[in-house]
Design a protein around this ligand. Sequence first.
Ligand code: ATP
Ligand code: MG
Length: 579
Amino acid sequence: MSAPVAATTWDELRQRLVGLPDGAGVNVAFETIDRHVVAGHGDDVAIRFLAKDDPPDAPGEAYTYARLMAESARFAGALRSLGVGPGETVFLLAGRVPRLYVALLGALRGRHVACPLFSAFGPEPIVQRMVLGDAAVLLTTSALWRRKVAAIRADVPARHVVLLDVDDQADAPEGTIAYGDLVDGATELAIEPTPPETPSLLHFTSGTTGTPKGAQHVHDSVAMQRATTEEVFGLRRGDVYWCTADPGWVTGTSYGVIGPLSVGATMLVDEAELDPTRWYSILDAQSVDVWYTAPTAIRMLMRAGAELAAGHDLTRIRAAFSVGEPLSAEAVVWGRDELGVTFRDTWWQTETGAIMIATPHDAEVTPGSMGRPVLGIEATLLATDDHGEIVLDGDGHATEIADPDRIGMIALRPGWPSMFRTYLNNPDRYAKAFADGWYLAGDLARRDAEGRFWFVGRADDVIKTAGHLIGPFEVESVLNEHPDVTGSGVYGVPDPVAGDVIHARVVLRRGVAPTDEVMTSIMAHARRRLGAAVAPREILAVDQLPITRSGKVMRRLLRARELGLPEGDLSTLEGGSSS
Ligand code: ATP
Ligand code: MG
C-alpha cells in the first residue's frame, strides 16, 4: 500500500517495488505483472479489451495477470528465437489490440527497447523514427503492412516484420512473420538480470514546437510511475481504470500500461476512437473508478453537449484527470456542473516519464491551476528574457523567481527515476535542456502565493505585447467561451511598435457562418474579458486548426503561414536521418 506521507527520496519510491529475485535489478514486466502473480493475484483481470465493434457494456476480452505473464513471456522467447538480443529496438505499430500490449510487455521483459508508434502515422514518420531508433523488429498488423509498410520496407532497418493479427504462417505475406505460429513454437523466457539503468522505452515527443525528439527511458522509471499512480490517482488493486491515451504517446504507456498494472488495477482498453456517447456508456457500464484523459477529448465532449451523458451514471467515477494541454477553468467547471465529474490537472512531458506537477485525487481543486509538484519533485520557476529564454548571470547561474504571480520557466531538479536519460542521437539537444543544475521544461508558468502552478504557455509560443508577456492559452480560453467558437489558436506577429501583436484563428460551431456580426461579437467578447491591450488585434475564422497527431494546436504553424515562413517538415526528425 502507498505510504501515508509524501516520499522525499527517490530510494523511498524504489522501495515500493519488489525488485527481481536475488537482487537481480528491476524489470518493468516483473513490476507490472509477475509481482501480482507471485502474490497470489494471478486471476485478477489486468486488462479488459473492448474491440471496435463491441458494445460499451460488453465483457470484452479479459487478460488476467497470469495470462499476461504467460503470453508476454512466450513472446519474449519468440523474439529470442528470431535472434533479437537485449538492447535491440522493437517498434510497435498497431491499434489498441491485446497483442500490442502483450508484445510491448514481452519486449520489456526481454530487455529490448520498445518504441510504440501511433498507428495513424503515415509512411514517412514511420520510416524516420525507425531509422533514428535503429529498429531490429517491427510489429504491426496485416492492414497496416498493406497500407503503409510494404511500400517502404526497403527503407526501414528492421530485420523482421511480425504481423500481430496473423496466426498461420501460410497466411502471412512474403517477407513477414505470423505472430501466431511464431509464438506457438516459442518457450517462455524467464526474466534475466535487469540493472535499473537498462533502456526500456523509446518515446518520440509530440512535435508541437518543433521536430519530434526521441526520449530514452530506463526500467528504473517504474518506481516513479507506480508512486505517482498511487499518490496522484489514488489507484488501488481491484479498481477499474481507463486511460484514453494511445500507447503511441507517453501517457499511453506510463499511465496506459505501466502505472496502473504496477498497482494491480484492472485497465480498460477501448480500440475505438473517441465517440462521446460511447464514452459515457463505457464509463457507466464498465464501472470506471479512475479516468485519465486530455483537454482535446474534454473539448470534444463539451462541444457534443452534456445531454449525451443523460441517463448514464457517472457518480461512481472516484477521480478524473487530464494531461497534455492546459485544462481551462471553464472545462473544470463544465465537468463539475454538467457531468458531476471534477477533472484534475496533471502536468508532465515525454521527457519526465511521469507526472511532475498535479492536483492529486485528495487535493482541493483550484480551477485553472495545475496544482503543485508531486512526491519529492523539486520544481521552480526561472527568470527568462522577453523571448522566454533563461537568463544566466556571468557565473552561469539562473535566477529563481520567489515572488508570486511572476512568469518564469518551469525547471525541475534532475534525478527522479523516470527522467529520460538522453535524446536519441542528439546529445547536444540533451545538453541544452539543462542549466545551472536544473532541467528546463520549456514551458512558462506562474506560481501563486500558495505554491500552485498556473500554466502560461510554451516558451516558444509566448507573446510579448505592449510590455506584457502573454500565453496564448489565456487568450484562447476566453475565445473558446464564446458560444459560436469551438476552438482557437493564438499567436504573435512582429510589430514595430508593440513588439508582437496578437492574432487569432477560430473554428466556428458547425452551421455558424463567419458573418461580420458573428466576428464582431467574438471580438467584443475578447475585448470585454481581456481588455484592449491583450485582446487579439485580428480574429479570422478557419475550417480547422493545425494539430499534432496527439491533438495539440501547433501555433507555430499558424504563425509561419501568416508570415510566409517555411513551415518545416513535421515528419522530419532531429538528430538523424536516412542520409
Ligand atoms: P515537442 O516537445 O516535440 O514540441 P510536446 O512538448 O507537445 O512536443 P509532449 O512531451 O507530448 O510533447 O508534451 C509535453 C508538453 O505538453 C508540455 O511541455 C506542455 O507544454 C504540454 N502539457 C502537458 N501537460 C500539460 C498541462 N497539464 N497543462 C498545460 N500544458 C501541458
Ligand atoms: Mg516538449
